[in-house]
Design a binder for this molecule. Structure first.
Ligand code: ZN
Length: 297
């Protein structure tokens, strides 16, 4: 894990000026980047080869989007899990575990190596710990995995699939759990990374084939790479936007890190100093990332 991750410059690949760009995933077959603009209630389908970005309007706050094995997409919206027909844009409701919590919404999510869709919720006020982490299995059953979450965010797995990593942003920590691929059960929570004071909060996250974690730092102007076995930072990449929200590996060889950013909550004057905020950036690395797993249901 100590190898130097050589790369060229960080590149802006889509000057999206998104309000709250987030929740990216990579379709390894179609070579497409799926991402969302949470507050604009949109799913984006970006083709980096053609530089075409197609939009599906969901009509609800949109936390994240992932590809589905049998075709199409799955998304976690304000009011629960939905299938999305990527051609027509039509939504089909699956389940809402929080119909009794109108002040909550879904936020970040991702599929595990077994094809379960994990996604968490947060209170719209971002203060009360009314959020939870859920797992939607291939039979469309929703299981509540963790409660007492404030802002549910990044999720990823170790390359041997025996550890799951998770972020509740205000804690400024990355947690690890023993993870059972076959049952989806997690246990033995411990803190593996602490984001230093003054560097914002950890948001979205992914991992690479060496087992290192790549963490987007909201209000931190960066993505950082960490060794979860000793909690040490391995490197960091400056991003010309304060609100770096998430990242995912993509590209032909799965060695290109796509990074989402946001303009949300930044004043007009503030945006003059970061005109590329809300854009999608790409960093070429010499390490292969964890693939985006597809929903098996
Ligand atoms: Zn996030």
């Amino acid at each position: 894990m100590e190898i130097i991750v050589a790369m060229n410059e960080l590149k802006l690949v889509l000057d999206a000026k998104s309000t709250l760009g987030e929740g990216p995933s990579w379709d390894t077959e179609k070579k497409l980047l799926y991402w969302v603009d949470i507050v604009e209630k949109k799913i984006h389908i970006f083709d980096p080869r053609l530089c075409i970005d197609r939009v599906i309007y969901t009509g609800q706050l949109t936390g994240c989007v992932v590809p589905r094995k049998s075709g199409g997409l799955v998304t976690a919206l304000k009011n629960g899990f939905y299938f999305v027909n990527d051609k027509t844009g039509r939504l089909a409701f699956i389940a809402n575990p929080e119909s009794y919590l109108p002040n909550n919404r879904f936020n970040d999510g991702k599929c595990d190596p077994a094809g379960r869709f994990w996604a968490g919720t947060m209170n719209l006020n971002e203060k009360e710990a009314t959020g939870s982490l859920y797992s939607l299995d291939s039979g469309w059953c929703v299981r509540k995995v963790l409660g007492g979450i404030t802002v549910s965010n990044g999720l990823t797995w170790s390359p041997d699939y025996r550890t799951m990593y998770y972020i509740d942003s205000p804690t400024k920590e990355v947690w690890a759990f023993d993870y059972d691929l076959y049952t989806g059960i997690i246990k033995n929570k411990r803190v593996v990374v602490r984001i230093p004071e003054g560097e914002g909060v950890p948001d979205g996250m992914t991992s690479d084939c060496e087992g290192a974690l790549w963490v987007a730092q909201w209000d931190g102007w960066k993505v950082s790479r960490w060794n979860p076995y000793n909690g040490k930072k391995l490197m960091e990449v400056h991003v010309p936007a304060a609100r770096v929200s998430s990242c995912v590996f993509g590209g032909e060889n799965l060695n290109e890190l796509y990074i989402t950013t946001a303009r949300f909550g930044i004043s007009v004057e503030g945006l003059l100093k970061q005109p590329l905020a809300g854009g999608i950036f790409k960093l070429k690395t010499n390490v292969r990332g964890l693939e985006t797993f597809k929903f098996a249901g």
